[in-house]
Design a protein around this ligand. Structure first.
Ligand SMILES: Cc1ncc(COP(=O)(O)O)c(C=O)c1O
Length: 501
């Protein structure tokens, strides 16, 4: 039988390179700590109390606020999940109507269930040329706020998992004109605002509450995060809810890791981000040579609600190749010992950070160039065998992420998501109902009783209370065939789904 600790140690001794979170990348040359047992305490005399910070933890929280320019920052040891739950709970009353971007992380929906919220949704822009969603348009938020004057809170994810940033400044202005609160899930943007090569953080762009996972994109232990508040009147309620959603025995190892990160950013953010940016620039330049695989880059900014793009996310599309996202991920892992963050049908996603080494960047760049060359060779072989067939397509280069038509299309054009599921009940109502398990294949027309999500990232394909349709069933079957992990399905073969009875 495997033992977890031994397995972790031996895994670390192998040469798998992490293109995934946590952001410290297990870079033990850069990040060091004493024996963890020596400093693992919880709230004892002289070490303050996370739930009522007045001493050293209050100082830590003040240092974070200064660093990010927030009115108040709450360090978290239960991930952004706890910050999102507490932020949404503090900003709403039970039963409130809220506007949620439908690509939200499941913690947003969990908060909606807890607070019995009545969500309506806005959708990120849909782009046929891109394997990922675009941004959320301010104009769509405005429309929803005009039609629903009783919306109390708007929740947006920016950046998305793939680094797509929406125009938060404009969205914040609109939300405030309508008297609502704006919460930005910036879980993937804790590294924003430290260098001109990266987007600005929503904290300084008018958002009221901003939640960031330190552990995702910065060197800090898993589960460390922060909730920034720019609305003093919400702070007391935030404290109240954090006491509900966070452990009453907070780990000082996790808090110490936040403290180390904050010191690092206070002392050497400039040099760390400068050197990181240089590595990223070289990486993107090198991969300009790709012919079949396509690396998402800044060409997409300014279109489809994409206000900015985080270069730290490496999104590689396989749309123009014979590979699936799953296959590319497998080749990278098995042949090149590079472990990516996520695979989807059409792309794989890698996460980079200030802790990545030049060797790590080079390894990924060389692997992608090699795989790309194999694709070219394969296509050439096939073409020489089939002379009667039309000439092979001209090689697709990186602009392939956008068609000519799309390139000339400005932000204001709406590319609405058409696969909008119908909401038969609010999520909390579906949760309260008796549920039963039925075959996925027979589920069309039934009401979902649980979430179904691609994992990662954990933003639901189906939310409790939504009506299951044929398209959803087909999509899930296709994902399963491609080997993509789907959570929320049940039964031994994962071919059943929970529906409202
Ligand atoms: C967009 C988004 N928000 C929130 C979360 C939750 O963050 P955490 O894992 O820090 O709880 C995630 C996790 O993947 C996420 O992708």
């Amino acid at each position: 039988m495997d033992r977890l600790y031994d397995k972790l140690i031996s895994y670390n001794e192998e040469d798998y390179y992490p293109m995934h979170m946590p952001g410290h990348k297990r870079n033990t040359k850069l990040m060091q700590m004493d024996n963890p047992y020596a400093i693992d305490i919880t709230e004892i005399e002289g070490f303050d109390n996370l739930h009522q910070a007045e001493g050293i933890l209050k100082q830590l929280s003040d240092r974070i606020s200064r660093l990010y320019g927030a009115e108040r920052s709450f360090p978290l040891i239960n991930g952004s999940t706890a910050g999102i739950l507490a932020g949404i709970s503090a900003a709403t009353k039970r039963g409130d109507k809220v506007l949620l971007a439908r690509n939200a992380h499941k913690s947003v929906y969990h908060a909606a269930v807890q607070m019995e919220l009545k969500p309506i949704y806005c959708y990120p822009q849909k782009i046929d040329e891109l394997p990922v969603n675009g941004g959320i348009l301010a104009v769509e938020i405005e429309e929803a706020l005009i039609t629903n004057i009783d919306i109390k809170l708007v929740v947006i994810t920016s950046p998305t998992y793939e680094g797509i940033v929406s125009d938060i400044r404009l969205i914040a202005e609109i939300v405030h004109q309508h008297g609502a609160i704006l919460l930005v899930d910036e879980a993937h943007g804790a590294h924003f605002g430290f260098h001109k090569g990266f987007p600005k953080s929503s904290v300084g762009l008018g958002a009221d509450l901003v939640i960031q996972s330190f552990h995702k994109t910065l060197p800090s232990f898993t589960q460390t995060a922060v909730l920034h508040s720019n609305r003093r009147e919400l702070n007391h309620k935030i404290e109240h809810y954090l006491a509900i959603y966070q452990s009453s025995s907070p780990s000082y190892l996790l808090l110490a890791s936040i403290d180390r990160l904050v010191s690092m950013l206070e002392d050497e953010a400039n040099s760390l981000f400068e050197s990181y940016q240089e590595k990223l620039d070289k990486f993107y330049r090198t991969l300009g040579a790709l012919k079949n695989l396509t690396l998402m880059d800044r060409h997409i900014v300014g279109h489809f609600g994409i206000y900015d793009l985080d270069p730290s996310k490496v999104t590689i599309s396989v749309k123009k190749t014979q590979l699936s996202g799953h296959q590319l991920q497998e080749i990278l892992r098995k042949q090149f010992h590079i472990v990516m963050e996520m695979e989807a049908s059409d792309y794989v996603l890698g996460m980079t950070s200030i802790c990545d080494t030049q060797e790590g960047f080079d390894r990924l760049a060389n692997a992608l160039l090699t795989i790309d060359k194999d694709e070219v060779d394969l296509k050439e072989k096939q073409n020489s065998k089939t002379e009667s067939l039309p000439q092979r397509q001209t090689i697709i280069h990186k602009e392939a992420f956008l068609s000519k038509e799309a390139k000339s299309t400005k932000e204001v054009m709406l590319h609405k998501e058409t696969r909008v599921p119908r909401q038969a009940m609010f999520p909390y109502e579906a949760y309260e109902h008796e549920a039963k398990q039925i075959k996925l294949l027979d589920s069309s027309g039934r009401i979902a009783a649980n979430f179904v999500s691609l994992f990662p990232p954990g933003s639901p394909l189906l939310v409790p209370g939504e009506i299951i349709d044929e398209r959803f069933v087909d999509y899930v079957k296709q994902m399963q065939q491609e080997g993509i992990t789907i959570t929320g399905l049940v039964g031994e073969q994962k071919d059943e789904i929970e529906v409202v009875d």
